[in-house]
Design a protein. Structure first.
Length: 202
């Protein structure tokens, strides 16, 4: 297994350099692509066509179109634990409920999903990367309901202490002071808006 895995995190808006002005060598050195939601399925399908590794994704709150047009060649990790090169990656898509969309959840309903996911995490004996669409409550979220984070995510962060927690949903353009990376205990928290490269060291 590799000692280092280069991960390309994506979320919310396609990066023009990876779509409009794409060149194959822009994916050189990348081992894994992970979408944190709210990206056109055609964009992910396009990347999967040229990328030799897995393209993983969770659903964003605007990803209803995935039900009819899922991204080809990509793997949904919603409510699952996916293992790549020994790295355990758990996924929970969706946002706080604000308009009854299919990928919107109350705190109570998301908590039920967290409980089910914990059973799968225990089976894998832990989790190394937590991938969600929404952030955790008061951890780089916003006060307005649509962009408020989930309190129940702390049940995963506090118990399993993943090395990385990657999310989208809160665009970097919403607030010029919006941080790209913060720390929560031993966990590095990444806002994956558009694109962000991260080297995971085992």
């Amino acid at each position: 297994m590799k000692d280092r895995v280069n991960i390309l995190f994506l979320a919310d808006e396609p990066d023009k350099g990876l779509w409009d002005f794409f060149e194959k060598d822009k994916l050189d050195g990348i081992d894994l692509i992970i979408s944190c939601g709210d990206l056109p399925p055609q964009y992910l399908s396009f990347l999967a066509t040229y990328f030799k590794g897995p393209v993983l994704y969770v659903h964003g709150n605007h990803d209803e179109c995935y039900d009819k047009t899922p991204p080809d060649g990509c793997i949904s990790i919603d409510d699952k634990v996916y293992v790549y090169e020994g790295i355990r990656i758990a996924g929970l898509g969706g946002s706080m409920e604000y308009s009854k969309g299919p990928y919107q959840f109350t705190e109570k309903n998301m908590n039920k999903r967290v409980k089910k996911l914990k059973r799968k995490i225990r089976f894998k004996k832990g989790v190394d990367i937590l991938v969600t669409h929404s952030p955790a409550f008061e951890l780089c979220d916003s006060e307005e309901l649509p962009h408020r984070g989930f309190m129940c995510f702390y049940k995963l962060l506090d118990k399993y202490r993943p090395k990385v927690f990657a999310h989208g949903h809160v665009h970097m353009t919403y607030n010029y002071k919006q941080p790209r990376i913060v720390s929560y205990g031993d966990t590095t928290v990444i806002n994956a808006y558009q694109r962000f490269n991260w080297t995971y060291e085992k």
